[in-house]
Write a protein that binds this ligand. Sequence first.
Ligand code: NDP
Length: 329
Amino acid sequence: MTDLFRALKIEKVDDKQTINLVDISENDLMEGNVVVDVTHSSLNYKDGLAMTGSSPIVRTFPMIPGIDFSGVVRSSEDSNFSIGDRVVLNGFGLSESHFGGYSERARVSSNHLIKLPENISNKQAMAIGTAGYTAMLCVLGLEDSNIKPTDGDILVTGSSGGVGSVAISILSSLGYSVIASTGRLSETDYLKSLGAQSIIDRNELSEPSRPLGKERWVGAIDSVGSQTLVNVLAQTKYGGAVSACGLAQGMDLPATVLPFILRGVSLIGIDSVMAPISKRERAWGRLSKDLDMKKLSEMVVETSLDEIPKFANAIIEGQVRGRVVVNIS
Ligand code: NDP
């Protein structure tokens, strides 16, 4: 008898996208040399875009969504991975051109897998998820630009969201003083509990302003883009740095070069999807040391494979706080 398991499947007929929970077998999976029993996945902004079809994330149909997963190796043709190894995968085309994590089983390339650090459980790995791993890449970008806690404040935009929440938590554990920018001032207590020292209304940053403003922060982690990123750069102190990873406000960047040529500000581009394995291992290693797992648990809600499509619109509309873990098994 065929061994069936459950997966979410996005299909497109006559330009109309549908999403259903279906039973499939390993024969239906895509190519790869390692099969993983997926235990957890997560919800990221990009998952919202893929499930609603509001942006062309999915490149080939049918598709199993879910840009990340954690799980346990079920079978392996690569001697570097053994049955029972706990692994994580972020990006590398999951939910775009390769079946993703919203499935009880996944077949992937061993070149895309990372073994989880001992002290990060499978559930914690997806509480962190792609948003949290990206937040760590952003922090590493600031550190590599030699921004130290004693140099001044760090601004985090989109702070109630996944990248923002994890970024605040890591930065505060490392001793940085964090300013959180949010459109949800009602989340002030939440943001302070993660370690934000002060909160500003995101409206302060979202409208066109002068090309150079008062110098307010020495570094920033921006998941918002557009006019917000322009204003973030314009108010960064001399010699400061900004890690840019997102586009929640928009993908445009109507900026001037003045912050770069008059203040020596650096703009650091952050990509999590195609980041090389060495960078991923560095990020996951640092997450295992520098992320307060108690704070992480406070930013998480848990859901299931059948419930996850209900969150798709909410995350695009900026209504999801912190992180959503999908318990698959
Ligand atoms: P979330 O939806 O969890 O967080 C985004 C936050 O941005 C919201 O919670 C909200 O925070 C704020 N926001 C939403 N809409 C607007 C708006 N119109 N103007 C200003 N702020 C807004 O998403 P994630 O944390 O998962 O992802 C954040 C961004 O980072 C996304 O654009 C995503 O695509 C990108 N990303 C990029 C990666 C990469 O590899 N470069 C990897 C992971 C994510 P608040 O209510 O507090 O203002």
